[in-house]
Design a protein around this ligand. Sequence first.
Ligand SMILES: [Zn+2]
Length: 698
Amino acid sequence: MRCLPRRVALALVSIAVGCASTPQDDIAWRLVDANPAVGTTSSDEPPPVHLQRAASQAMRGPARAVINDDTRYTFARPGLMLVARYPRFDIPDADRFELNIALPRPLQGCDHLLAQIALARIASPNPTARDTRWVVGRCIGTPVASRLLVQAPVAAVLRGTTADVWVQVRPTPPQMTERRRFLLEHVPQGARLDFSYGIESPGWEPGAPAVTFSVGVDRESAPLFSARVDPAADPAQRRWFDATVDLSRYAGSSITLTLQSAQAREITAGTPTVPVWGDPVIVVPGTRERKAPRNLLLISIDTLRAASVSAYGRARPTSPFFDALAREGALFEQTVAQSTVTPVSHMSLFTGLYPSQHGVTGPRRQSNVFLYPTMAEVFRANGYATAAVTEDGLLQAGLGFERGFDRYLESKSPNVFAPVGQVTTTFAAALEWLQAHRTQRWFLFVHTYQVHAPYTPPPQYEGLFGDRDIDRYEEEIRYTDDQLRELWRGIGALGLTDDTLLIVTSDHGEEFGEHGVIRHGSHLYDETLLVPLLMRAPGRIPARLRVSEPVGLIDVFPTVAEILGLPGLFFPDGRSLASLFEAERPPVDRMRWFLARRDLFAEAWSPFRMLADHTFDRAWHPPLFALRTGQRKLIWSPERAESPARVEVFDLDGDRDEQHDLAASASKQFSTEIDALRRYVDAASAASGAGAPPSAPP
Ligand SMILES: [Zn+2]
């Protein structure tokens, strides 16, 4: 390993202890991409699929399996089919209710189906509870007029409420045994098979059989690996298990690997089980030249406004870790979020696209991007290990946020609009994954809601700054900043800090009544629109660099792609900022010139607008659009019952707080910007209208 010089003065963050030599590994094959045939008895030998390097380049395709809100790639299987949706269903005050659903043609003549029932309480103005369960549904009627009968369980919090109900189904797995075989020629020196395995929740009910997972090699009589899982009997086994099989003894020869899951006994129709393999990969010692940075750690502190970070000028010591980072790398003084709503803004971060282009314009809108990959998909296709740890459930797997992540771990809050900050749990899970994947090239996304309302700092931080809402909010920031330093310290202990491009940012800020509104989502003033953005990569990004020209979250993915050398990407909206880090003056000057003149847009899609007295503005209608060009800022408000559409215009040079709307007095001076904003609004409205992707189940 190359040891970079460390500066003692920055020991606070550069805590990398020693420079222990970390071996480097590469993911050579992803078995889920190989799409093998499936044998259905223990003696069935389906033709082995020949593993070729190219198979690991698949961007999309394999299915996903979910255990405990932990989503992983698995082998191809039938997808979920939506068979019924009731947008406003009166849930009885009982522990279950019956649904009788007409089935579409492909499911006619079924016997039983696995049914996923998702309920989301409809409460004004926000849903306050949701629950998703698997049950076994019985097919009734005739083979040409089949209906599905399900007993839908109801969590206590949802009884007697009105809910949005989704019913999706998949066939019950038909066989007791599944065998998949893989031909691996010329096993490399030091190769190993990494994988996980587990049983999805339909197999947790009493009476569901145990399953034995095994890995064998054709020339051996005994399996190289075998484990029995019985989650129906043992609740502690309702999780993923990780395992490794050493293949180094077969170096130089050709082997056929068999992955088998076998049920302990025949299942009955009422107690199916669903064994799944989680993303098996063959890992080999790395051969590529090791250069820094090679990994990406992208951290999003949800709801962190730039103005509350001391590195951005807040007079209080809210963020000593951010401040230290600013001394070690680059700080972007004016970073415009592309939205002030969590999923909308994060999808712009993940794709480099404006919201109307990627399609996630609300909490349950799915991404519609098929031409453009997400950041994680590109990393995965380039052989990186990828993982995301997120809280609360607004970055929901199924909406497209999970795309490309080998592992997508969600810690959902019971009420997604009142998230429980879980920063210590989230950071611990992130560190645990890094510990297991530290020898590979990796991309890790970490997302915490710790500073989001409700503002509840731990007791030792309470009162640090005062007792107003903004004081409590900034105490949460200080707490999160301290936890961030601990996380970075832990990564240092793994010897990874100097190999890693670290990016810390947020999805939007927070309002405290500056423009008559609190929280975030419906406004596009700078208290919710400007977020911190810091980048650190010793040797690649200069220390103490401050960039004053406006940039956007859409620029993060293009910048990452250039710094880490990810090839073949096209970004229609965002721009790489990497030339700002050059030692030569001309590219830096050219980029700054461009950034000072570029039109940057943002969109606000939240229908909820909370007034300072904590009531909601019932007349509010999204969307809202903003344009930022240099220090000129425009906000387009939609036509409403009592007022036509209008534009607010601000000159931020003399009006940083956006208090003096110049629309009436100086609109001629802003005619170029007004035209640009109108064109953007027209294009965005067209893109988000007909043909927009459907909502996803809760
Ligand atoms: Zn957010």
